[in-house]
Design a protein around this ligand. Structure first.
Ligand SMILES: [Zn+2]
Ligand SMILES: [Zn+2]
Length: 278
């Protein structure tokens, strides 16, 4: 499948001698609609628009087996009805959100298997950005590459805004994601990386991993390439929202708040407010 719209990591499955592609399809100003494609089959995560997904399906003669949704925001579900009518794909989505259509309502502890694209996923509840937000994590291909589709919960060097949840909920949600395998590919739904890194560098200016990440991400964006997927270990090393217990981060948050912050959740809430005002 050459000439896809964005350079994508390719997972070669040596046992089956098949290529699985993970594609970040750009939409709107900064969304990525993630697609996993293998042979003549595809699945899409959070199709906020149908057209760019349809283009890839047609160009490569792919059948859309499933649509996975993380939360109810329009830029994540806007293309669902059009894709459903065109493809009869099965729709999986959060149990507790209002969606345009959904065949399987998913919540923490549920799993799904998409054998045509060699993807097995488990659901975790990650409230905070929205009240019923879910994330899907699991294994891709026969060598079980850990992978995470986290919608608007975790971003490269950032996290989602708290539209419907509390700092406690969001910190709990991020802590769940932080305990996944450190080799997990992190498929975030927006290209916010450079602005997040700019802020993260004001929180931790001496973090070498963060400085290196800024250089690498700037180069990718200069070449109009996505900075995603990220990698969980990279987030653990550079994302202030996953580093609330690091002294460098809590000290910076205390300086911003002009008071002592004794709990990780108060450090987290301060970081979120700082980023909102950055
Ligand atoms: Zn959202
Ligand atoms: Zn979004």
């Amino acid at each position: 499948m050459p000439d896809l719209c964005a350079p994508a990591p390719t997972v070669y499955d040596p046992e089956k001698r098949e290529i699985i592609q993970l594609i970040a399809v750009p939409a709107f100003s900064d969304n990525y609609l993630w697609m996993v494609c293998k042979g003549n089959h595809a699945v899409v995560i959070d199709p906020g628009l149908a057209a760019p997904v349809q283009t890839i399906l047609h160009q490569h003669n792919l059948t859309l087996d499933a649509i996975l949704l993380t939360h109810h925001h329009h830029d994540h579900v806007g293309g669902v009805l059009e894709l459903q009518h065109a493809t009869q794909a099965i729709i999986y989505g959060p149990a507790r959100e209002t969606l345009p259509a959904c065949d399987h309502r998913m919540s923490e502890g549920d799993s799904l298997s998409l054998p045509n694209v060699d993807l097995t996923l488990h659901v975790v509840d990650v409230p905070g950005h929205t009240a019923g937000h879910i994330a899907y994590h699991g294994a891709l291909g026969s060598h079980k590459q850990p992978i995470l589709f986290c919608g608007d919960t975790l971003f490269a060097a950032g996290c989602g805004r708290l539209f419907e949840g509390t700092p406690e909920q969001m910190l709990d949600s991020l802590n769940k994601l932080a305990t996944l395998h450190s080799d997990t590919l992190v498929c975030c739904a927006h290209e916010y990386t450079l602005s997040n890194l700019e802020w993260a560098l004001t929180v931790e200016p001496d973090n070498k991993a963060l400085q290196n990440r800024w250089t690498a991400a700037s180069q990718l964006r200069e070449n109009a390439q996505p900075t995603l997927p990220s990698h969980l270990q990279l987030e653990l090393d550079t994302n202030p929202f996953l580093r609330t217990s690091q002294v460098s981060v809590s000290t910076a948050a205390e300086r911003y708040a002009r008071q002592a912050l004794n709990q990780p959740v108060s450090v987290f809430a301060t970081l979120r407010e700082w980023k909102n005002n950055f």
